[in-house]
Design a protein around this ligand. Structure first.
Ligand SMILES: Cc1cc2nc3c(=O)[nH]c(=O)nc-3n(C[C@H](O)[C@H](O)[C@H](O)COP(=O)(O)OP(=O)(O)OC[C@H]3O[C@@H](n4cnc5c(N)ncnc54)[C@H](O)[C@@H]3O)c2cc1C
Length: 388
């Protein structure tokens, strides 16, 4: 039974992604999760069929579509029980290169990324000591002739073992010498293919879900100056300019998860008979599922609003943040209700509820945690004092 019409926008893309996902049954994702294995086969097929390059302009070999297309791809992957966390960053990190890179840089990298010859899956921002406070990060990039020399450490750099390129934010001006708080950080497109094990060490972090996250250590890593994106010292602004698209794309994944949970819960509530009747006949079972559906729909409207504003060319900071907040809450609530509906069976691996539950939970913390979104709304929308 399908309780949700997924054909709302980009129906052809949605159909095609669902078809692709049907090659990867629940057992595939379950095995990857259990073995903490990267879903290479899935990501390769997604890349081959052009879905990871929908946002790359046509002149660089992509489909040149707008963000709603990227959102449709990611939502459908999650809606089908998969996890786009293995590859979603390519969609939003690529935007930094596209918006702020030189034409030579775009010509050099984007066609190969679109063709699947180069993977841009890693995004190195978070550090152990700075955490959410990005402006205090301490990994340095020191100019030496035609190169920058990188030293320091990142944490939670997801997919560093499954990428060729990493978008890296590093300090090019010491904190005490910067003129403005937001100055002094620079973005680099780092080709890490021949560096692992010498000047770059990648150490996997085992997490509650399969997310290929790592710690990355840089020791005198040489990056050619031609790999600096945009102006030196302006990197924080470049990263910020990509935040709206990141929020929107992650929110779409949350909506896909929420739909998956709600449909699973409703189906099970119809099928499972206890006390001589389907459990879904009990209001105590059906009302929470209906409530999760209502919450998901409201969050979805918020997401569509953010997408519409984004595509009209405005800078929907508030709406993108709202969408991320509401969609993550909606998917986590749907996860909770789904688990409760399944009773004991929800805890058994073979039903996939516990796996998806663990996966969905991440989005209240990463790539931005709920508190920081609330801080944004409090400061920028409600004009209260900055709290950090
Ligand atoms: C699985 C996973 C994958 C990730 N992938 C990447 C990646 O690919 N690249 C990358 O750069 N980062 C990545 N991250 C990092 C992620 O973006 C951060 O974990 C997140 O931004 C929170 O930072 P933190 O963990 O250092 O928390 P902290 O900054 O230590 O904060 C801890 C808690 O305190 C709260 N808090 C902190 N300061 C305030 C304040 N002023 N007001 C209110 N609350 C506050 C936070 O909201 C949070 O709940 C990933 C994280 C995880 C778990």
């Amino acid at each position: 039974m399908s309780i949700i019409n997924y054909k709302q926008d980009h129906p052809e893309i949605r159909d095609a992604v669902r078809k692709l996902c049907s090659n990867f049954q629940d057992s595939y994702w379950r095995d990857c999760d259990r073995e903490k294995r990267y879903p290479t086969e899935f990501v390769s097929l997604l890349t081959q069929q052009g879905f990871l390059s929908v946002l790359i302009p046509k002149k660089f070999g992509g489909s040149g579509l707008e963000i709603s297309a990227g959102a449709a791809v990611l939502e459908e992957i999650h809606r089908a029980g998969g996890n786009a966390g293995a590859c979603h960053a390519q969609m939003y990190t690529m935007g930094t290169l596209l918006r702020h890179g030189l034409e030579e840089q775009k010509n050099k990298y984007l066609p190969s990324i679109a063709a699947g010859k180069l993977r841009l899956q890693a995004f190195g921002v978070t550090e152990p000591n700075s955490g959410t406070d990005t402006l205090s990060l301490s990994t340095t990039a020191e100019r030496k002739g035609n190169n920058f020399i990188i030293n320091g450490q990142k944490i939670w750099t997801s997919r560093a073992e499954h990428t060729d390129l990493m978008l890296l934010l590093a300090r090019t001006t010491p904190i005490e010498k910067r003129k403005k708080k937001t100055d002094g950080l620079s973005v680099f497109l780092v080709d890490i293919r021949n560096t692992k094990g010498s000047s770059l060490t990648v150490r996997p972090i085992s997490t509650m879900m399969n997310h290929s996250s790592t710690e990355v250590f840089f020791k005198d890593l040489v990056v050619p100056a031609e790999n600096l994106i945009g102006d030196e010292g302006q990197g924080f602004k470049y990263i910020l300019s990509g935040m709206n698209s990141e929020r929107i794309l992650i929110a779409a994944e949350c909506i896909g998860d929420a739909k998956w949970f709600i449909e699973k819960a409703a189906n099970y509530a119809n099928e499972r008979v206890v006390f001589g009747r389907p459990i879904g006949q009990n209001q105590g079972v059906q009302f929470p599922i209906a409530g999760a559906y209502a919450q998901m729909r409201a969050a979805e409207f918020s997401l569509k609003h953010a997408i519409a504003l984004f595509e009209s060319g405005s800078n929907p900071g508030e709406e993108a943040n709202l969408a991320k907040l509401l969609c993550a809450d909606a998917s986590c609530n749907a996860a909770e209700i789904c688990l409760q509906t399944f009773g004991g069976y929800g805890f058994a691996e073979e039903y996939d509820i516990e796996r998806k539950y663990r996966e969905a939970r991440l989005y209240k913390v990463a790539p931005i945690s709920t508190n920081l979104i609330l801080a944004y709304l409090a400061e920028h929308t409600l004009k209260m004092p900055r709290s950090y």
